[in-house]
Design a protein around this ligand. Structure first.
Ligand code: HPA
Length: 269
């Protein structure tokens, strides 16, 4: 089986539902085994993977990001759309809004960040992140969002990724806003960076589920996040499917280009 397009579902997005001809697949990788669903939408095959597991049993810091990306690559995936739930750092970006993220700031601490750890993939590899999210996929998302009525979205935004699983303090949120972050979440890194290391196109659509700590008039709860996600899940599923089937076959981005500089080769013979 070969499937080129994939969805990674975040909080509140645990099943693909509108896919037909569904197959449950277990993919073995050197990082662990991954369950995914493969099915078709308008004759296009799409793989679906629930980041937190089907029952949301994996917290952000325990997700096996390397296995997930390696498994998608293993079945032939070249392009991934991922959903992320986020808190908003901006008063003008309220719950229910969508963000086509174009930059990230990484504050994670205890995660396996790379395939190039010397144990699995070798060599010293420093990957370029000038354009962290695939511009072609982001543009396809934007085209679909522009066709939707009553959808509030921004086509750029900086996602700051915290280690979690706790929410942030108001002081942290104030600092993050000064750094230029627009939204905060706990799962986009290292998913996005591993996808690039693997040469895959990757974009995330973030749903604002709450104002961040200190901006929100009340304390933060996971229930609020899940409730807002539940209100928008049908729309997000639709946006993802429509975006994926609209993507041109030709990849006109640099996501699959690897740096070819190898220290050993340069210094050696
Ligand atoms: N902080 C971190 N992660 C989140 C938030 C938040 O406010 N909302 C949804 N995911």
């Amino acid at each position: 089986m070969k499937v080129e397009l994939a969805i990674i579902g975040g909080t509140g997005f645990y099943s693909p539902e509108i896919l037909k001809n569904i197959d449950e697949v277990a993919v073995k990788t050197e990082y662990g085994e991954v369950q995914m669903t493969v099915g078709s939408y308008k004759d296009v095959y799409i793989a679906f993977l629930a980041r937190h597991g089907g029952q949301h049993h994996l917290p952000p810091h325990r997700i096996n990001y390397r296995a997930n990306i390696a498994a998608l690559k293993e079945v032939g995936v070249t392009r991934i759309l991922a959903s992320t739930a986020v808190g908003s750092l901006r008063k003008d970006l309220s719950p229910g809004s969508l963000v086509i993220v174009d930059q990230f700031i990484d504050l994670t601490r205890n995660r396996q960040q790379t395939f190039y750890d010397g144990e699995h993939a070798g060599g010293v590899v420093h990957t370029d992140f000038s354009d962290p999210y695939c511009p072609q996929l982001r543009n396809c998302l934007k085209n679909i969002l522009e066709q939707k009525k009553d959808v509030t979205f921004i086509d750029k935004g900086t996602y700051i990724c915290t280690e979690g699983p706790r929410y942030e303090t108001p002081a942290e949120i104030k600092a993050f806003a000064l750094w230029g972050a627009d939204v905060v979440g706990m799962t986009n890194v290292p998913e996005v960076t591993l996808a690039r290391e693997a040469g895959l196109c990757y974009a995330t659509l973030s749903l604002v589920t709450n104002f961040a700590a200190g901006i929100s008039p009340h304390v933060l709860t996971h229930r609020e996040v899940v409730e807002v996600m539940a209100e928008k899940i049908t729309l997000i599923r639709e946006i993802f499917m429509e975006t994926l089937i609209s993507v041109p076959r030709y990849r006109d981005c640099r996501c699959s280009i690897k740096e070819d500089f190898t220290l050993g080769q340069q210094e050696g013979s």
